[in-house]
Write a protein that binds this ligand. Structure first.
Ligand code: LMR
Length: 327
């Protein structure tokens, strides 16, 4: 089927042999950059299974993990061209397309998972997804990975001075860039699938990411000082090429919507569990040094980051922010 699928890739149709070419199968290519055994990887697979089941095999979702099809700096363009039908980039990567999405990169925006769930599945989430429409993208859902932690090669990042002069790998996001500049660091945007190679070449000294990404890509082997700061949140915009979406029969759209809603609920629980489990695993590793930021230390970070909120409000107003923070 793989060769056939590839052959018919432009139309995303493969012919069902048993039906003697009479019945068309709809194929959806879903490309992402992380490992399979991660919150996004598992959710993509779950979604594929649900869609296939709900449509009795009429729709097949082919998942391509690990950036095997496109790197994260290529995947949005690939989606817009229609070379893939689905992707789920992190919020930061969407900010290049829609700057208001920077709100989701503000540090300490979410206090806990219930804040996350309310935002992702409620009115604000729907508003954010609707903004994608004008760009030719059907926003399907917001998926979760987890809270981001800080890590470094040489020493624990605890006090504000600990960041000074270090080079940090970041995702492309103006807020994250400013966050590291406020700390006196030098942020460098690097696509996710280049991070491992950059680490091997010692191209940066620190980064922020979730436990699941740190664990599944072995980043801790190069940067073993991990501070549990929960300062930022890594989530994903699950998107489909809009003209492809509109070309789908109504009943198929309905099934896909059901599948995405079920997957989103599942992903919110599973992502949390997976990050907690992998943190426990890393705690048992004697070569990894995990430090949990105290509330007092956290308050100092928050104070330092206050200008980011001010700047966001000046640029985009405070409507979205107030809705997320329920103020
Ligand atoms: C990153 O670039 O660190 C993340 O966006 C990767 C991902 O998709 O989880």
């Amino acid at each position: 089927v793989w060769l056939e699928t590839q052959h018919f890739h432009k139309e995303n149709i493969v012919y069902d042999d048993e039906q003697k070419g009479l019945k068309k199968q709809i194929v959806i290519y879903f490309s992402h950059v992380v490992a399979e055994d991660t919150p996004k990887g598992l959710a993509a697979q779950k979604f594929a299974e649900l869609v296939e089941k709900k449509t009795n095999g009429r729709v097949k979702v082919e998942v391509f993990p690990n950036g095997s099809l496109y790197s994260d700096d290529e995947e949005i363009d690939a989606l817009l061209r229609g070379d893939v039908q689905m992707i789920a980039p992190s919020f930061s990567k969407v900010t290049e397309l829609i700057p208001e999405w920077q709100v989701l990169d503000l540090p300490f925006l979410f206090h806990d998972y219930s804040d996350v769930e309310r935002t992702f599945t409620g009115e604000v989430g729907a508003q954010l997804l609707a903004m994608l429409d004008q760009k030719g993208i059907k926003g399907l859902a917001l998926w979760s990975n987890g809270f981001k932690q800080m890590m470094s090669t040489t020493h624990p990042l605890i006090h504000l001075d600990d960041f000074r002069g270090l080079r940090f790998r970041i995702m492309p996001s103006a807020v994250i860039e400013k966050q590291f500049r406020l700390l006196g660091g030098e942020p460098i945007a690097v696509p996710f699938d280049h991070v491992y190679r950059s680490l091997e070449k010692h191209e940066f000294d620190g980064q922020e990411n979730t436990i699941s990404n740190i664990y599944s890509k072995d980043f801790y082997k190069f940067q073993p000082y991990i501070t549990i700061s929960n300062h930022g949140y890594l989530g994903y915009a699950v998107m489909m090429n809009k003209s492809f979406w509109e070309s789908l029969p109504k009943d198929i759209q309905q099934k896909i919507t059901e599948a995405i809603q079920e997957t989103t609920k599942w992903n919110l629980r599973e992502s949390q569990k997976q990050n907690e489990l992998q943190l426990e695993k890393m705690k048992k590793n004697r070569n990894v040094y995990i430090y949990e930021l105290s509330n007092e230390e956290k308050e100092k970070w928050k104070k330092k980051f206050a200008p980011l909120y001010q700047q966001f409000k000046e640029e985009f107003g405070d409507k979205l922010l107030r809705e997320i923070q329920q103020k």
